[in-house]
Design a protein around this ligand. Structure first.
Ligand code: AQP
Length: 368
């Protein structure tokens, strides 16, 4: 089976964007793939000034939301990134094989609108001021390590992450070029052209599998409630800009009541002058699982005053079963920890093997 790997950063509450854009798709992918889904806590500390207690709470609650949203521990390995030490170790090994210019080029290449790594870096760097951390520049290498450790075939990330996958490929190819010649590879009975090793193995071979830059059909994009042109985000200081998966019905109602709309008649998708209309209709469509035509048939003639309660109801109803599963998961003593332990054990087994191969190829003395 092909393997899929993905994760969300525990940098706050998981919102409808993370859920519809990522987690909900993972649930479908677990049927088809050997699935590894982690809470990427090591990525969450790149701002350099995180709150330790909040990180812990957010890591647990993110993992519980993964399960509540439908990830099945019998089908998916759900784990916390920092529980698999190989992520940090491989990141360091890759750091030393990655030219710094590759990272600088990534953040300078202004591309794909506000989803680009450039803007992510600039925005976060601006907030951090002079204290901007090395980790913020380096996180694409950590992401490369995440992917390469598991030989992932599929990495379900948004278009914004395409550059990261390309960097991952480049770094893997460079490690293979630099150190592949040191790897002893079994070539079977047929004679290869490498030097014969004592055990009958031959020199040469790839240390890391270069992943295909395959990005499956992107999940839905959910935009901010207060600005239909910027994405819904955990780090937006305005709480009213997002709906969290764990928001109470009252909070959801309040946020939708106050969300930005426009002064046009009727409701429509994709009018470039009406980003909020597109976003709120999309949210309605995602929550009701209706087609676009059905949404327009039901709501096209509505005024905002009628649509907002309908949207509120749809969001609350969609989230209700997830929230009640969440409550069960967190109240069952030891359940979540058990799932995360089994997930980390399975992840460690794969990741340790990869990092051991890299260590060996790079010339580290094996521990006896
Ligand atoms: N608004 C969104 N719409 C659709 N998908 C989204 N994702 C994030 N926001 C939206 C997807 O969620 C996954 C995990 O995201 P992440 O936690 O790694 O970081 P992010 O993309 O930067 O998400 P946030 O919520 O905006 O976090 P902060 O504010 O901490 O940077 C990814 O697959 C992403 O595409």
């Amino acid at each position: 089976r092909k393997r899929v790997l993905s994760g969300v950063q525990p940098t706050g509450s998981i919102h409808l964007g993370n859920y519809f854009g990522a987690i909900k798709n993972w649930v479908d992918l677990q049927e088809e793939f050997d699935a590894f889904y982690c809470v990427v806590d090591l990525h969450a500390i790149t701002p350099g000034n995180h709150d330790a207690a909040a990180l812990k709470a957010s890591t647990r609650s993110s993992a519980a939301i993964y399960l509540a949203a439908g990830l099945d521990p019998e089908k998916s390995n759900v784990f916390v990134q920092s529980h698999v030490a190989a992520h940090s170790e491989l990141c360091w090994l890759l750091n030393c094989a990655t030219p710094i210019g590759w990272l600088e080029k990534m953040i300078q290449a202004r591309s794909i609108s506000h989803w680009s790594p450039y803007d992510r870096f600039k925005e976060k760097a601006r907030k951090a001021g002079e204290d901007v951390s090395v980790g913020l520049l380096d996180y694409p290498v950590l992401m490369a390590a995440d992917i390469l450790l598991y030989n992932a075939d599929v990495v379900p990330v948004g278009e914004d992450q395409r550059q990261h996958l390309e960097l991952t490929r480049d770094v893997a190819a460079r490690v293979n070029n630099l150190y592949g010649g040191n790897k002893w590879k079994k070539l079977g009975p047929k004679k290869g052209d490498g030097a014969r090793a004592p055990s009958g193995r031959f020199r040469g071979g790839d240390v890391l599998k270069v992943p295909e830059a395959y990005i499956p059909k992107a999940g839905a994009r959910v935009m901010s409630l207060t600005d239909g042109t910027s994405k819904m985000s955990k780090s937006n200081p305005a709480e009213g800009s997002r709906i969290n998966v764990l928001d109470s019905p009252d909070e959801i109602a309040k946020k939708i009541k106050r969300c930005k709309t426009d002064a046009f008649e009727g409701l429509e998708f994709r009018n470039p002058d009406r980003p909020e209309a597109t976003n709120l209709l999309t949210m309605y469509q995602l929550c009701t699982e209706l087609s676009e035509e059905e949404v327009i048939a039901a709501c096209g003639d509505m005024r905002w005053g009628d649509f907002k309660p309908a949207l509120t109801e749809a969001v609350i109803e969609h989230l209700r079963p997830i929230q009640s599963r969440y409550d069960e998961i967190v109240s069952e003593e030891g359940y979540l920890d058990g799932v995360l332990k089994r997930g980390a054990d399975a992840a460690n087994e794969v990741a340790e093997k990869t990092v051991a191969d890299v260590r060996d190829a790079m010339g580290f003395l094996p521990r006896s």
